[in-house]
Design a protein around this ligand. Sequence first.
Ligand SMILES: Cc1cc2nc3c(=O)[nH]c(=O)nc-3n(C[C@H](O)[C@H](O)[C@H](O)COP(=O)(O)OP(=O)(O)OC[C@H]3O[C@@H](n4cnc5c(N)ncnc54)[C@H](O)[C@@H]3O)c2cc1C
Length: 465
Amino acid sequence: MNTIVVGAGGGGIASSLLSSIRGEDVTLFESHSALGGCASWFKRGPFVFDAGATTISGIGVHEPLGELFELLGHSPSLFPCDPGIVFHLSSGEIIKYHRDFERWMEELSTHFPHLDHRPFWSLVRSLNKKSWALLKDVKTFPFTNFSDILQVLKHPKYLSLVPYLLISTEHLLKKYGLYDREYLEFIDGILLISAQAESPFIPSLVGAMALSYPAETYAPYGGMKGLMDFFEKELLKRHVVIKKRTPVSAFREGEVTLRSGEVIRGDKVILNLPVWNMAKMSEGEVQKTLQQESQKHPGHWGALTVYFAGKLNVKELYHQVHLNLPQVKNYFVSFSIPHDEARAPLDYQCVTISTHVGAKSQVDKEELSEIILNDFKKRFPITDIKFLTTGSPKTFERYTGRESGFVGGIPFLYGKNPLSLMSAVIKKDSLYRVGDTVFPGQGLCAVVAGALGLHHRLKSFDSSL
Ligand SMILES: Cc1cc2nc3c(=O)[nH]c(=O)nc-3n(C[C@H](O)[C@H](O)[C@H](O)COP(=O)(O)OP(=O)(O)OC[C@H]3O[C@@H](n4cnc5c(N)ncnc54)[C@H](O)[C@@H]3O)c2cc1C
């Protein structure tokens, strides 16, 4: 069985590894010179910067990266972050989201003594744990027909989760007496980075998974380059042929055409590209379907990024700063692990800052980066700033090929019909897809979950032959 995978982002890397685990001969085509896509890296002088994604999550036994590492028999070297994220509220309060539940409860009680936090956060933890277990047991998510949904009925213990799909996270906060302006600032901040929308728009079940994310963030040693080097080694060990700097310009069932004009045939093709890109690279009936899906799910977000290195000594690696300004609501700061010499010489750290911007809106890169940088310097003492660079949706479009620089995938919004999700199967037996526009929810964890879902479907197709 020959499998062609297009796009070496997290989804394509996981799909290539899983296809090789199924015993297939895999060729992975990537247009860029490095692996990773939105979770890639770049080098400037002695510094290695994360280009987009910086945090790793979902490495628990029932969670997607945990399952993938278990299948590989290896894990990359990861630094557990505690606090997972530090929130700097616009009021000046600083809240640390600790890994340990009791410490997290204490922290919330210190900042919001008038509120009863425990019932809500206990529910959030329990919904998160059950949801990952459900995704592991019920292998048909994203549901694309009723028979997929019926699989849930085989596991009645998960039926108690259904009501939480029917109410928004905002509704749940109100129910638990936590509908407080300052509280909402950091809750919406977490939801925006992990579920791509704020509390009124996110079903409370998805909200619970997103709100649990800072409880277990990890930083890869060596940054995203360290993680991608790990994956590249695993791919090569499994004889996956990696074709970098080899863009694919068109695809059909069981066939791709490279930009050079060469046609490569395989038994199956797995596309790890955003749906908006796929629509432009196909033809006939498949193209019609993909175009309809693209119109139904327009991209919302782009990213503005600021990168630099400097003399710093910050031990808490991830921060979300709330400014509540019309130009910048909040921004996310990631520091490289102190003394990680794979990324920066001693005494220096690399910094990646990102903020959401409307992908198609006019972004004044200079103005936004100046606001962010000035604010950053007040909070984090830094000297000897080096290699200051900024990125916009246009940069992401150029760097990852993503249509209009849309990032963050397609969120699972409140009120969405669970059957309206995109199927990983475009044509059974020959054409499949993964990535952050297919599996709802953004992040490496979500795209690996999508690749695992497809892997289990393909295994079940194989066993039904
Ligand atoms: C600023 C920012 C910060 C983020 N922070 C985090 C975070 O901290 N943690 C987290 O988990 N997630 C984070 N994310 C989200 C995460 O990076 C993405 O959801 C995930 O990496 C998407 O993976 P993917 O495989 O679906 O797509 P992509 O990463 O976009 O991969 C697609 C790949 O296909 C290649 N490609 C495109 N067109 C072609 C073609 N024609 N031929 C061949 N190859 C092609 C691209 O070069 C790319 O490598 C962040 C994203 C951004 C933008």
